[in-house]
Design a protein. Sequence first.
Length: 115
Amino acid sequence: IGANINLDVSAYSELSDSATSLYALTNQIVDMRMVEKRVIQNLQNRYAEASSNPAYTLAKWSASLATLGKEIVVHQRSGAISGIAEGIDNRGRLILRLPSGKAAILEEGDVTLSA
């Protein structure tokens, strides 16, 4: 996960379609220490929530997935794989329904919507 805090994205035309920064969104220089503190606090809260109630956390996460039911491409180190995003399993891995009808369980990759 990359976090562009104060990057002026307009200086990098090749990134204009795929990147942003807090500076670009707010037009203000953001205090990186404040961002670090908030990120750490939120991670600690989510970890505590997941530890105490994993089923709730998984259901909440699953409900927020924008790609469910859509055709996607998952780009992995070994290549790209396409299919319909069906959900996530109890370990948080993506369940991808392949054109063959088989399910692929994916632990990592960059997801894009199919054109």
